[in-house]
Design a protein around this ligand. Structure first.
Ligand SMILES: Cc1ncc(C[n+]2csc(CCOP(=O)(O)OP(=O)(O)O)c2C)c(N)n1
Length: 954
């Protein structure tokens, strides 16, 4: 840019057009422009009006009263001496410069403790771009309180904006659309130049926290050379940062914090923030388990374990929970948030200021894992929001061996947070006071606005990815710098000594005192034994580990409860105009219950929900389109056809009923399932269900199933009663809507970890749902749910199937005693294929083949099956399934049925397989092929001769 011609350059082109248009817009509607521009135009207009002899200020070449003179009325020399145009231009340029610093100042901030990257020149931050020269430095400029100052010189302006935006803190907030939030940040940081003046007590406290953090790592480093601990070395400022969040948060109403974090620094946080005794950590380093042997479970590595603690800050108690997590980075995020939501419900924390999710991330993982974005998506959603998560990134500028330039396409790892307009604070972790200062502001912001906030702690990793790794293979230059780089504790000690806050001896004494403590704990660690597992406390007290075989629970209900729920769910309130087709559904439900028969799947589900609610147990169902139901079957919410108003019948059963939530979820599987798992971990007293649109889609959440649902109790001694509803069944809809991958769940089943069912009657579905809450333990429940059976004339139950004396049946035996008695063949099956078999058998008039439905596949109903097979010990046993041979339940049930048959000791020793042949894809894309295959397998199971046999019985 040509600085000789600043005015013309500045007022020509885009700027001039921009400002002229802005002013015009403001004239037409003062609210249509940014607040500061509006005040500014108004002030200048007023100056123009105050002059009786001059036209408006913006008109080219006209001279009216100057800005400076207007502000200093006593000193008006000669109006004609002052060029309003140049004063106006000064103001405009200055405000644009200030605005540029707010938007891009972070690009010139000193954020990297290692100083490795080159700072690039940014023209928007250069005063010359706006036409300013050195000669303009000390001329007063009217800036109309834009920086809290009415008038300031360029020198003053630059000093404020550079201190605020280009020091050791970089702030990104101008993407925020809410003007109050934006103004809050500006006011909070600009007035104090983004700096807190700590008292000497405060400084000493920060120093002590740094000492604890550093000593912790160095102690373990020396004692257990090369042992994995994923040290915090280089990022020690995390510890005072967390302390500040808890302290400031507690002053602002925080009472509980659910923390999620990955491996890096986890042991340090466990000890220094969650008060896990150092002796317990030492014991785990010695190879001892974290929980007493008798508590059972298979355990996990020490840097995945959770913990909880009560901490006190200035007389306020804060309960902290660190969620256990698997190695899969970021996958714990939705779990933490779901857990927080449940805790907020339990406390009645409607404003969501009492319970906070605090998630600590790695930089590479935060930028790379899609679940981060999926979890941010919860931020403002009614069914999932938790009043804002505080995200802290331990940004050590490397991911294992990968440089940021290979792992993300943006300068920071944090851009994903902009999707929910979170403010983002980047801070150089060698400036620990700035770290603490920023954490304070982030906490205040969250408490004030209930939105997500991100603190990006830019640090380094002193050693390799873990302590056995050699980082110089791949990052020689970085590690050359790190080797001679002082620790943040050393740097801060020097600062405090320089400021006269403490002497060298005093700084040393803090280290020694802490080391003495660590040494004592180290000695105690050798004989330390955990005396109890902490898993059945708080909301979980009264529960115990699952035991015994017969675990039906009391799931039947009385007629009165059924009637009460039925009445509500079939009554449309006065004035609500529902869709005529829905009216028919409701009438159908009412008639069925009144007649005592013909109760379908969705009706039974509503009865299960409603009766639980009446009994004081909450129900929370979330999934894609769950309010109506993917198959238009549920209609848990009635929608007025004129107004669009929504009415949820199950909210109105009784004034003292429990809470019912049914939520249309965002279009994500992993995060929503993770959220509901987290919710179920914190709330044993509610039926928590996640529903897949079609069962296939649940594989988008496979990590949650593998890492949490199926193995969480074994690894971490944490129960969950979560229910997964997975539409499943071969109905000719093609490869993608047929299979919920039953085989995958069954493969994960062992050690009584979860339950897998494929029910065929509405009543059995009713009982299996209620059973989830009617026992003194919780286990996840995987349900293959129907599609066509939702409207099948035979897939109905009677009212009496819900009443006294009824319960869930793991196996439903042959319904015709006559056939059962003389069966030469027993066809065992599960799910929808039963009805195909039943109809074909009826049609063919077969009376010597019985049909037995295995409703629960895991835990395998060994005893019941044995009892039933013993009634016809010499009958041949067929396992019939509609899934391909390499899918479905066959591989799982085969050996188990064989074991039962061996105990029965009849003629046949093994079950025979009837079903589709092995296939790469779960189902054919052609309807006619599907029908042919289906007919063939049904005929084969029933010994009906058929032209199109699909597989041979073995
Ligand atoms: C989903 C997933 N993929 C891969 C890994 C293997 N892994 C463990 S740590 C790590 C690097 C993480 O880098 P970053 O997030 O920056 O955290 P840091 O270790 O640097 O603290 C990788 C790739 C993993 N744990 N999880």
């Amino acid at each position: 840019m040509d600085s000789e011609q600043p005015d013309q350059d500045f007022l020509s082109g885009a700027n001039a057009v921009f400002i002229a248009e802005l002013q015009q817009r403001w004239r037409e509607n003062p609210n249509s422009v940014d607040g500061q521009w509006a005040t500014w135009f108004a002030s200048l207009e007023k100056l123009g009006e105050d002059r009786s002899d001059g036209p408006s200020w913006m008109h080219d070449g006209n001279r009216i009263i100057g800005v400076e003179d207007a502000l200093n009325k006593n000193a008006i020399p000669s109006i004609t001496d002052i060029d309003i145009r140049s004063a106006t231009l000064d103001s405009i340029r200055a405000i644009m410069l200030i605005r540029a610093y707010r938007i891009r100042g972070h690009l010139q901030a000193h954020l990297d403790p290692l100083n490795l990257g080159e700072k690039t020149y940014h023209p928007e931050l250069d005063p010359a771009t706006y036409g300013f020269t050195d000669a303009d430095m000390d001329r007063p400029i009217f800036i109309n309180y834009v920086l809290g100052l009415e008038v300031a010189t360029l020198r003053e302006i630059l000093s404020v904006v550079r201190d605020t935006y280009c020091g050791t803190i970089g702030v990104e907030f101008m993407h925020i659309q809410d003007p109050d939030q934006k103004a809050w940040i500006q006011e909070r940081i600009e007035g104090i130049r983004n700096h807190t003046e700590f008292t000497s007590r405060g400084k000493k406290a920060i120093y002590e926290r740094l000492v604890s953090a550093e000593n912790f790592e160095q102690f373990l480093h020396k004692k257990y050379v090369g042992t994995k601990r994923f040290g915090l070395d280089g990022g020690e400022a995390v510890i005072p940062a967390l302390e500040q969040i808890l302290k400031r948060g507690s002053q602002l109403g925080l009472r509980e914090v659910v923390v999620g974090m990955a491996h890096r620094g986890r042991l340090n946080v466990l000890h220094n923030v969650l008060s896990k005794p150092f002796r317990a950590i030492i014991s785990e380093f010695l190879g001892n388990p974290a929980n007493p042997e008798e508590a059972g479970g298979s355990g996990d590595v020490k840097y995945h374990m959770g913990n909880s603690a009560d901490r006190e800050f200035d007389g306020n108690e804060v309960h902290l929970t660190l969620n256990a997590n698997p190695s899969h980075l970021e996958v714990v995020n939705p779990v933490v948030i779901g857990r927080t939501r449940a805790k907020q419900n339990q406390r009645g924390d409607e404003i969501r200021k009492e319970v906070l999710s605090l998630i600590i991330h790695g930089d590479a993982a935060f930028a790379g894992q899609g679940i981060v974005a999926e979890t941010f998506a919860f931020s403002a959603l009614r069914g999932y929001r938790t009043g804002g998560t505080l995200h802290m990134i331990i940004n050590n500028q490397i991911g294992f061996t990968t440089d940021p330039s290979f792992s993300r396409s943006s300068p920071y790892p944090t851009d994903v947070a902009k999707m929910v307009m979170s403010p983002i604070f980047h801070v150089n972790c060698d400036d620990v006071e700035s770290v603490v200062h920023v954490c304070r502001i982030a906490t205040e912001f969250r408490q004030q606005f209930q939105t997500d906030v991100v603190v990006d702690l830019i640090c380094y990793r002193r050693f390799g990815h873990n302590e056995g790794d050699e980082p110089s293979f791949t990052q020689p230059i970085m590690y050359d710098t790190i080797r001679s780089h002082k620790t943040v504790r050393q740097l801060y000690a020097e600062q405090l000594i320089g400021e006269g806050i403490m002497t060298e001896d005093e700084a040393r004494a803090v280290i020694e005192e802490n080391l003495t403590y660590l040494n004592q704990e180290f000695e105690a660690g050798t004989s330390y034994r955990p005396n109890k597992a902490d898993w059945l406390e708080g909301q979980w007290s009264g529960f115990r580990a699952a035991h015994g075989e017969d675990r039906r629970g009391t799931t039947a209900v009385d007629r009165e409860a059924i009637d009460k729920v039925a009445k509500l769910m079939t009554t449309v309130p006065e004035g609500l105009k529902i869709h005529p087709k829905l009216q028919r559904v409701i009438d159908g439900r009412r008639n069925a219950i009144e007649k005592g028969e013909g109760i379908d799947w969705a009706c039974a589900e509503q009865l299960a929900f409603g009766t639980l609610l009446l009994e004081g147990q909450g129900v929370r169902l979330s999934g894609q389109d769950s309010c109506r139901g993917t198959f238009s079957q549920r209609h848990a919410v009635f929608v007025d056809q004129d107004s669009g108003d929504r009415y949820t019948p199950l909210h109105h059963i009784s004034p003292d009923q429990a809470h019912f939530e049914v939520i249309d979820s965002p279009l994500s599987e992993a995060s929503v399932l993770g959220f509901e798992y987290g919710f179920s971990q914190a709330e044993p007293n509610a039926l928590v269900l996640w529903e897949a649109q079609f069962g296939d889609f649940a594989n988008g959440a496979q990590v949650i199933v593998d890492q949490f649902i199926s193995s969480g109790e074994a690894k971490w001694l944490r129960m969950s009663g979560l229910v997964m509803l997975l539409p499943h069944g071969h109905e000719g809809q093609g490869p993608e809507h047929s299979s919920a991958r039953l085989e995958r769940y069954l493969q994960l089943c062992a050690e009584d970890n979860m339950q897998v069912v494929n029910c065929t009657t509405p009543a059995n579905y009713f009982h299996v749902l209620r059973r989830q809450l009617k026992r003194d333990f919780r286990k996840p429940l995987i349900v293959m749910t129907p599609k066509s059976l939702l409207r099948h004339r035979l897939c109905v139950s009677k009212t009496e199937d819900f009443l006294e004396g009824t319960s869930f049946h793991r196996i439903i035996e042959e319904t015709s005693p006559k056939i059962a008695k003389k069966a030469r063949r027993i066809v065992l099956c599960s799910g929808k294929v039963y009805y195909d078999l039943l109809e074909a058998r009826e049609k063919a008039g077969i009376d010597d083949i019985s049909l037995m439905r295995m409703e629960q596949i895991y835990p395998f109903p060994h005893r019941t099956l044995k009892t039933l097979l013993q009634e016809r010990p010499d009958a041949e046993v067929i396992w019939c399934q509609e899934e391909p041979r390499n899918m479905g339940a066959w591989f799982f049930v085969e050996s188990r049925i064989e074991a039962v048959m061996a105990e029965v000791g009849g003629t046949h020793t093994r079950p025979k397989y009837v079903g589709r042949t092995e296939a790469a894809s779960p189902a054919s894309g052609s309807l006619s092929r599907h029908l042919k295959e289906q007919e063939a397998l049904v005929h084969e199971a029933l010994d009906i001769s058929s032209s199109a046999k699909n597989s041979a019985a073995e």
